[in-house]
Design a protein around this ligand. Structure first.
Ligand code: F6R
Length: 606
């Protein structure tokens, strides 16, 4: 996730404090960094792809004085991580510098219009349209503030934006759908994506609301609506241990990332699906992109493999033959691969050796390859013929959480695009699924607000083993529930297809082995039959099901409830409950949740 920092004061500390701010935002993940400093004249921009240390090397030669500046850490979403794509971005005259977090949905259109009026662009980013739009307004005689307001009115999408210009000693900023906070101190102010950025300098914070426009000068600030009506926002004092600040107040990154899922899912979906019209727009894949495809093979490992299983289910349901392979097994698979085969590597990091090796094998066999990944400049994204980015934002906890949810949603959109290209127009079923995706971020938020997973983790903390069962679209969720549970709690956990329980695993079921059974509203009768088999052996039953599922509730000792939704989407919701369960079980056992033993965030050996 990109990070913004701005500093306004009268002394010459801007560079040092901006760099401290950027370093404090490193936990959000980034692939390039930059600052723009103003000292009398126009903003001077310094930016580099890579670590902040590279930016510091550039600045070391020529540290500019000045009290006013903006800075940014970029996590690529449009265009690869390069010096040119790093923020701040400027206009044609160099008079305006801007940093931005979020996605400008109508940037293509704005960019073509600006180019037709003679503007020249230096980057591939959506952000760069902003300084050029401001430039036009300034040229028409608008003040910087008016130019900023008029420009913001032209943007659609989500953003937090901060701007400085040659014309005055002020920062102009606003937010819509992306975070922005104002730090207040004696003789200086800060703006940032997150409080830790300026916690070294002040603990006094104003949390800005969506739609707020803030103009900050060395001696004052004003907050107003986009239409110019003044609004009052109170100042709060943050009492955080700076050590924990990077976790945004959460005890672990994993918990923070579980809670980021509503935002991550909105980013994944933004501009890509319309639940009302049933339209799907995947930026690099217009209608017809997959007409040649005869079969789809997913290759992936671990959590991404489980997302791949869900993806294959979506495609098969849409009439396109699809299979999912463990990437490490793909080399020995006899499955046919030719130029009509689309091989999709699902990998949040884009660096997993087994997945890269499977993709290379597919490539060598003449297949078309596509990476579904969270990392724009990753090896998978670069080596595959195409890439679809899941836009979950950086994930720091080793256990994959928000990336799984964003992978499943991305794969459902990809499956929709492929199925329409191969088999024809959207079905009623697919429209209903898209409509359910619209509701998904809000429903995940409901679960985060009311989940009783912590209580259930406590109740079953002394069990011998933990079994997870599901059928159809939630069989992969049972596998994922068990993987997450074992990897961070170190307790024995297994996932089974519900119907398989009676073919062996039932021998392990006792009153000390709770069964977590996932229900979607489809084929529930059969799963309920499997639950009764376990119940008869004295096993405690925890159902993951919608609130009003009375029959399930009758047979369960506890229910982890999920909001009512389309059966294909229910798995994402159920999985959020299971993530919380695993987290709390591991927390009760005092495990090092963000860095579990013997695991790495990206596994680069086969
Ligand atoms: C589990 C986990 C791993 C990864 C696997 C693949 O929480 O994180 O199982 O899912 O190593 O990683 P990526 O998706 O980066 O290819």
């Amino acid at each position: 996730m990109c990070g913004i920092i701005a500093r306004i004061g009268d002394d010459d500390s801007a560079v040092d404090e901006l760099i401290t701010g950027l370093e404090n935002l490193e936990y959000r993940g980034y692939d390039s960094a930059g600052v723009a400093i103003k000292n009398g004249g126009g903003p001077e921009v310094f930016k580099r792809q890579g670590k902040i240390s590279r930016l510091k090397d550039v600045l070391a030669g020529e540290v500019p004085d000045g009290g006013l500046g903006i800075g940014h850490t970029r996590w690529s979403t449009h265009g690869p991580p390069t010096d040119e794509n790093a923020h701040p971005h400027t206009d044609c005259t160099g008079e305006v510098a801007v940093v931005h977090n979020g996605i400008i949905e109508n940037y293509d259109e704005l960019r073509s219009e600006l180019a037709s009026r003679g503007h020249e662009f230096e980057s591939d980013t959506d952000t760069e349209v902003i300084p050029h739009l401001v430039e036009e307004e300034l040229a028409r005689g608008a003040s910087p503030e008016l130019a900023f307001r008029r420009t913001i009115r032209k943007l659609s999408g989500s953003y937090a934006v901060a701007m400085i210009t040659e014309r005055d000693h002020a920062v102009y900023a606003t937010r819509r759908g992306s975070p922005l906070v104002l730090g207040v101190s004696d003789g200086e102010y800060f703006l940032a994506s997150d409080v830790p950025a300026f916690l070294d300098f002040t603990e006094e914070v104003i949390y800005l609301d969506d739609g707020d426009v803030v103009v900050v000068r060395s001696d004052d600030y004003e907050i107003s609506t986009l239409d110019g009506q003044t609004v009052e926002r109170s100042v709060s004092t943050v009492e955080w241990d700076p050590e924990d600040a990077g976790k945004g107040g959460y005890d672990h990154y994993m918990l923070k990332e579980i809670h980021e899922q509503p935002t991550a899912l909105r980013q994944t979906l933004r501009g890509r699906a319309d639940g009302t019209t049933g339209e799907v727009h995947l930026e690099d894949f217009p209608a017809g992109s997959f007409e040649q495809v005869e079969r789809v093979q997913f290759v992936a490992c671990g959590t991404s493999y489980h997302a791949g299983l869900v993806g294959a289910g979506f495609l098969s349901g849409g009439g396109v033959p699809a299979q999912t392979f463990l990437a490490s097994e793909y080399a020995t698979s006899p499955a046919p691969v030719d130029e009509d085969t689309l091989v999709v590597g699902v990998t949040q990091s884009g660096e997993t050796a087994d997945t890269l090796s499977a993709l290379r094998k597919a490539n060598a066999s003449g297949a078309r390859t596509l990476a579904v990944t969270n990392v724009v400049g990753s090896t998978a994204a670069r080596e595959c013929d195409d890439a679809l980015f899941i836009r979950a934002g950086p994930e720091i906890g080793v256990a994959a959480t928000k990336t799984f949810s964003s992978q499943v949603v991305s794969l459902s959109l990809l499956a929709e695009r492929i199925a329409r290209d191969v088999t024809g127009s959207p079905t009623e079923e697919s429209r209903e699924r898209l409509a359910a995706l619209d509701e998904l971020p809000g429903q995940v938020q409901q679960i985060l607000d009311y989940s009783n997973a912590q209580k259930i983790a406590k109740q079953y903390r002394d069990s011998d083993a933990y079994f997870f069962i599901g059928r159809g679209t939630v069989f992969p969720v049972a596998l994922e529930g068990a993987l997450k549970f074992k990897e961070i709690s170190y307790e024995h956990a297994e996932g089974f297809a519900a119907g398989e329980l009676k073919h062996g695993p039932l021998a392990l079921v006792t009153p000390k082995t709770p069964i977590f059974a996932v229900f979607t509203g489809e084929n529930d009768e059969k799963t309920l039959g499997n639950v009764k088999e376990a119940e008869a052996r004295g096993a405690p039953i925890v159902a993951v099901a919608s609130e009003d599922h009375e029959e399930v509730a009758q047979h369960a000792d506890h229910v982890l409830t999920i909001p009512e939704t389309h059966p294909d989407v229910a798995g994402v919701l159920a999985n959020v409950q299971l993530q919380l369960l695993s987290y709390h079980a591991a927390d009760l056992l005092g495990r090092p949740i963000d860095k579990p033993r013997n695991l790495a965030k990206s596994v680069t050996v086969e």
